[in-house]
Design a protein around this ligand. Structure first.
Ligand code: ACO
Length: 703
């Protein structure tokens, strides 16, 4: 995306409103009115074929009648005139269009959007929208929208796919006192998308935090890349949690993939903090726009009430923030600022006797102490203290330490005096919330931001290119055979090429060969049908386990063939695979699907009912790094089983993490060919004893 054009879109020095109207109530009137009310200092050119003045501004019949150059055209003409207007703007040399008009792809008229793009691309213009409310910027005194006013002043910037939500959030910024510099309605994203704006905002000095409302991304990979490169915190609320990603799939993994889980993974890999709902988006945006990340694990809570202290501690646990007792020297010092019955542990309870001085002294000491990584200050309104004075004491204490790299958040529980005190704090750069759990949630966002950025710092795992070469040869053979479903043996050849430890599996096309292979492998063995037409082998009666003798091998061979012919009479059966009977281990599943938004993804979960019933699985966008996979292993609800339960030793999580990294590298390298895969089950042994892929499945893309 052309940065100069984007700058003209976001910070225009002159604006034409094409479709400006003299009639109050029309969008073309409101945009002119908003530009004037917002205090816009650049030139405004209302464009209308018949009007002569609008809100005392001279009107031009077309952009071509304006003799000065124009940076941005805000388009408010009905849909049937938009392409003609775009053509005129292109000829005039306007580089940026903000198309408010609806009636494009959102109502099935992608053709109109394509037509618009064909014109704007020809002239090298950028297009915001169509189907948008417009753009707002406090620092540029620019309200180029039909939202009623500029937002409450602050340092966050909102990009939203819902225009109506922009208008609603604009108003809420005043009631919640969460400050925004810019609000951008992105609409249908025909041209300018989230990634383009995020990249532009990274160098915008008035934006300290980027806040996203996302319904769906068009290019997931571009989004991830743009977010990763950004130095500013990004927070996203994802709406629309449908199962569009769960393709009608032949593999197990396919049926477990869901847009929500994959988006969640992608946000983590992009370094984007998530919000759970609209309130949470405001809470977290406030903290991320005003405070540095929480870089360590030592969080100190100072309170004047035991109850709110306990509530804050409960929330900390819920958000996975460990609470430690303050060290001895901190406790000794803090004891000086509380009565004998106070507590200097953590939470530090100054008691209801606390006034400005105790807050000031204890905050100043604790915040400056090297042990402290972050501070949560809680206050319950009492008759012996003044909330505003407490807020001012806290702020003074923080300022006097001159420390800038540790976060502090405040919770003030009480009435309107607390509301006023909190507003004062926010206006002075300290995020303040009512309930203590809201404050702790905000601190959790600052911690999450730090942690996900750290995980990103490691490069993704890549595998030996020789493996890719071998895998592509196998794929070519399967394609030459006119198939997209691989047999287990073919899938295992690809897994092996990527260094995945598979249980060796060989093909027998006669009973005698099966007996010979069983003797080489050693009894007991497992026998399975090999047929590209039978994906679910057990369902077809095509699997026999624990076979212990030559005679049993012969019998199993015959039974498998009979069962499979009965299951699918026209199945092309290559033969029967003979493999070792792998010793018992904890069953896990590793798999992949091609997500429509993010491309190849890798999935992990525990096997058996955990995956069948509970769908207890987690995803990442491939490729992945080791730190991301280590996090994955802790994310599923059944994770403690890998740690060893009921006296069992812990499972070999290092080997499992290595396997998932290689697996992700495989599906990423071969993403032009592979649609979905499963390694199911993978048997994971005790720590140090590795694991084994027992069954393998690969489905190629249709070409
Ligand atoms: N050049 C200049 N002006 C023109 C041209 C042209 N080529 N063609 C028409 N106009 C003028 C018209 O004469 C009119 O001015 P007038 O009042 O002096 O007659 C003006 O442009 C507007 O045209 P209208 O036909 O009056 O259209 P109207 O204002 O009713 O609607 C609009 C236009 C707002 C673009 C409408 O088509 C639309 O798309 N509305 C939805 C917009 C929207 O909601 N977007 C955000 C979605 S997000 C959310 O949900 C909030």
């Amino acid at each position: 995306m052309n940065k100069e054009a984007l700058t003209k879109l976001m910070q225009p020095k002159s604006i034409a409103v094409v479709g400006a109207s003299a009639q109050p109530g029309k969008i073309g009137y409101t945009v002119i009115e908003n530009l004037l009310k917002g205090g816009y200092k650049g030139k405004i050119y209302p464009i209308n074929p018949t009007a002569t003045t609008i809100l005392n501004l001279p009107v031009y019949p077309s952009v071509n009648d304006v003799h000065e150059s124009i940076d941005l055209a805000v388009v408010t003409v009905p849909v049937q005139f938009v392409t003609q207007v775009a053509e005129e703007c292109g000829k005039k040399g306007i580089q940026a269009l903000s198309v408010i008009t609806s009636g494009f792809s959102e109502v099935g008229r992608r053709d109109l959007e394509d037509e618009l793009l064909a014109i704007t691309r020809r002239y090298g213009m950028c297009v915001l929208g169509p189907n948008i409310v417009g753009t707002l910027s406090n620092s540029d005194e620019l309200n180029a929208s039909f939202a009623p006013f500029l937002p409450f002043v602050g340092k966050a910037t909102l990009i939203t796919q819902s225009g109506a939500l922009l208008i609603a959030m604009d108003a809420i910024t005043y009631t919640r006192k969460v400050g925004f510099d810019k609000m951008i309605s992105i609409g249908n994203m025909a041209d300018v998308d989230f990634a383009d704006l995020i990249t532009w905002l990274d160098t915008d000095e008035n934006t300290s935090c980027i806040c996203l409302y996302i319904e769906g991304l068009k290019d997931g990979r571009k989004f991830i890349e743009a977010c990763r490169k950004t130095q500013k915190p990004i927070i996203a609320l994802k709406a629309g949690v449908s199962e569009h990603g769960a393709a009608a799939a032949a593999s197990h993994t396919g049926s477990l993939a869901g847009a929500v889980k994959v988006y969640g993974a992608a946000f983590q890999q992009a370094g984007v903090v998530q919000a759970s709902d609209l309130n949470n988006l405001f809470d977290r945006t406030l903290a991320l726009s005003l405070q540095p990340p929480l870089r360590g694990e030592k969080l100190l809570v100072i309170t004047n009430g035991g109850g709110v202290g306990v509530l804050a501690t409960d929330s900390a646990e819920r958000f996975g923030i460990p609470m430690h007792f303050a060290p001895e020297d901190v406790q000794v010092e803090l004891k000086k600022h509380m009565p004998a019955y106070g507590s200097a542990k953590n939470p530090v309870d100054l008691t209801g006797m606390a006034g400005n001085d105790w807050y000031y002294e204890s905050v100043k000491f604790a915040y400056a102490h090297p042990w402290t990584d972050g501070l949560v200050v809680l206050y319950c309104e009492t008759a012996i203290s003044n909330p505003l004075e407490i807020a001012q004491a806290v702020k003074k204490a923080i300022d006097e330490t001159h420390i800038k790299n540790r976060p502090v958040v405040v919770s003030m529980v009480g009435g309107t005096r607390c509301d006023q005190a909190m507003q004062w704090l926010v206006e002075n750069g300290i995020p303040a919330y009512g309930p203590p759990d809201q404050a702790m949630n905000a601190m959790a966002a600052l911690r999450e931001y730090n942690n996900i950025r750290n995980i990103l710092s490691q490069p993704s795992t890549t595998c030996d290119p020789e493996g890719t070469k071998i895998a592509r040869e196998v794929i070519a053979r399967v394609r030459a055979d006119g198939r997209i479903a691989m047999t287990e043996i073919e899938a295992k050849q690809i897994f092996t090429a990527y260094g995945l430890p598979v249980a060796p599996t060989n093909l027998a096309t006669t009973e005698d060969k099966a007996v010979e292979l069983a003797k080489v492998v050693g009894f007991p063995v497992v026998m399975k049908v090999v047929s590209p037409d039978i994906i679910h082998k057990s369902d077809a009666g095509g699997v026999k386990i624990n076979i212990k003798s030559d005679a049993a091998v012969r019998e199993a061979y015959q039974t498998i063939l009979v069962n499979c012919k009965k299951y699918k009479a026209d199945a092309n059966i290559h033969g029967v695979a003979v493999q070792e009977m792998a010793p018992w281990g904890t069953e896990v599943i590793v798999g992949s699907v091609n997500d429509p938004t993010f491309g190849p993804t890798v999935m992990f979960g525990l096997g058996g009912i955990f995956v069948e019933v509970l769908k207890d699985v987690t995803f990442r966008v491939a490729p992945v790094n080791l730190k991301q996979v280590e996090k994955m292993l802790t994310e599923i609800r059944s994770a403690p089983i890998l740690g060893g339960v009921r006296g069992e030793l812990p499972r070999d999580r290092a080997a499992l993490a290595e396997l998932i990294c290689r697996y992700a590298s495989m599906v990423y390298d071969l993403s032009d060919e592979i649609a979905e895969t499963d390694a199911n089950p993978v048997l994971v042994y005790e720590e140090g004893k590795g694991l084994k892929v027992v069954d393998a499945r690969i489905i190629l893309k249709r070409k």
